[in-house]
Design a protein around this ligand. Structure first.
Ligand code: H79
Length: 452
């Protein structure tokens, strides 16, 4: 099978070379899988923005507050959701920050575990505890009176800026009448009948989302059963449900990119999504993957953590490390209840913008590091015959030792964003570069090593 594929690829390449002279030679890809055609843009993009925004943003205690504090449906709805009024939400501003930071796509919570639909859903069963009002931004909160649609605003702003648009949808739903808080999925079904009805209605909501917003990515969550058995009231979501949900998404749009969390742990979906972690070098998934990371210890706005953001150097290092392993990086912001971006998230996004302005070529469309092990000073990415050395720990002695790529000759070595050629010595498989005493970029200085 593998040789047939290789031959096929060769035939296509030869045919392509015949019609265009600028085609690049096939490069040896460090990742062992090939990327499906519908995921090419995603795989090249490498860097996206996650947005957690819901009624929990108003409460300001993180998106898990309802479960952590065991808040009743009635209380959550009347005292939190009923006060959520994000009139300062500014999609154009968020997208401007994302674009400047070099992000190529956005994934926003259409519905998190709290169950508040962030669009004007018409599906009957998504009601408040009284059964009279639709539990949505438009149907339940004072913001409904504005007639605005924040998902549409974001989608439009993305389109204008040339970013792709994706949606997050939680399978568990703490405010739905079919479920109650608790159990191993954090929501327990009241009956098998309720389960069947909820799944039908959930799919109807998802169809609404696809019809209204045509998302390029559907990012599921709240699937933690890890069960391939028959459903129970506690582990009510199973592998079979996940498989069906994936097929359903593809029936709505075959190009849509769906994460593994239709039911994680079974290799389902189009990409894996390690949360807040980067796979070890020896355990990188053999299919597309994306690390999601938040800027502090919460995803939804949490006031008490506003002074506890990750350092910019950590986030840049994360992005470089993820790219060096062939993955994508989805970096989260949690706007406040009034819709405004936090000062901390703006600061980090501005920092990313400064870094990406000089160094984005070492991220977009790169292959994983051509070397098995990372050096002590950082990591590598590669595009065709250029190897990018991401130097996070700058050497003290004015000399940086790196590995030589495939015994090739070097054309030039530069610090990205600068034209001056650096001096170097080649000794066998080692390249020793003479570098400035002080790190040109204290977060991650990238040296571009252009091989012949
Ligand atoms: O949306 C963000 C988080 O709210 C969400 N995923 C990111 C993208 C997230 N949900 N849960 N977690 C992260 C942590 C998971 C905790 C769990 Fe459990 C442990 C799920 C199952 C076992 C807590 C304990 C919930 C049920 C039992």
């Amino acid at each position: 099978m593998k040789t047939i594929m290789k031959k096929l690829v060769m035939v296509i390449l030869v045919a392509a070379t015949a019609v265009t002279s600028v085609i690049e030679m096939p490069v040896q890809n460090a990742s062992a899988y090939s990327v499906p055609a519908n995921m090419k843009w995603w795989s090249n993009a490498k860097f996206g923005m996650f947005i957690h925004f819901g009624a929990y943003s108003y409460y300001g205690q993180g998106e898990w507050a309802m479960s952590e504090q065991k808040i009743s449906k009635q209380k959550y709805q009347t005292e939190i959701a009923a006060k959520f009024n994000p009139t300062s939400f500014d999609a154009a501003e968020i997208v401007k920050y994302a674009k400047n930071a070099g992000m190529k796509y956005i994934v926003v919570t259409a519905k998190h575990h709290e169950g508040l639909a962030m669009w004007d859903t018409k599906i009957e069963s998504f009601k408040d505890y009284t059964g009279t009002k639709t539990f949505s931004l438009q149907g339940y909160t004072p913001f409904g009176a504005t007639g605005r649609d924040v998902l549409q605003e974001l989608k439009d702003a993305c389109k204008k800026a040339g970013l792709r648009f994706g949606l997050y949808y939680s399978i568990v739903d703490w405010n739905h009448s079919s479920q109650e808080l608790g159990g191993s999925l954090s929501s327990t079904m009241l009956s098998m009948d309720a389960r069947a009805k909820y799944i039908t209605d959930m799919k109807a909501q998802i169809k609404e989302l696809v019809d209204l917003y045509d998302p390029a990515v559907m990012w599921f969550d709240g699937d933690w059963s890890y069960s391939d058995k028959e459903p129970t009231l506690e582990k009510w979501w199973t592998k079979a449900d996940g498989e069906e949900l994936y097929q359903y998404m593809k029936s709505l749009n075959p190009d849509i990119i769906v994460n593994e969390r239709v039911c994680r742990g079974f290799g389902l979906g189009d990409f894996e999504c390690p949360e807040r972690s980067i796979p070890d070098k020896g355990a990188v998934p053999d299919r597309p993957w994306e690390t999601c990371q938040s800027m502090n210890d919460a995803w939804g706005y949490k006031e008490s953590l506003e002074k506890a953001y990750l350092p910019l150097s950590f986030i840049i290092g994360d992005l470089a490390m993820v790219a060096s392993e062939g993955g994508n990086y989805l970096l989260n912001i949690g706007p406040k209840g009034n819709g405004k971006m936090t000062a901390g998230s703006k600061k980090i996004l501005n920092g990313m913008a400064d870094w990406m302005k000089k160094n984005s070529a070492s991220i977009y469309g790169v292959s994983a590091s051509p070397f098995k092990k990372d050096p002590a000073w950082g990591t590598y990415t590669r595009k065709n015959k250029t190897v990018y050395a991401h130097v996070c720990k700058w050497p003290k002695k004015g000399e940086l030792v790196m590995k030589r790529y495939q015994k090739k000759k070097i054309q030039k070595i530069t610090v990205m964003g600068k034209s001056k050629k650096l001096k170097y010595k080649i000794q066998g498989n080692k390249v020793t570069v003479t570098v400035p005493k002080k790190a040109p970029d204290k977060n991650d200085t990238v040296l571009a090593v252009k091989y012949k």
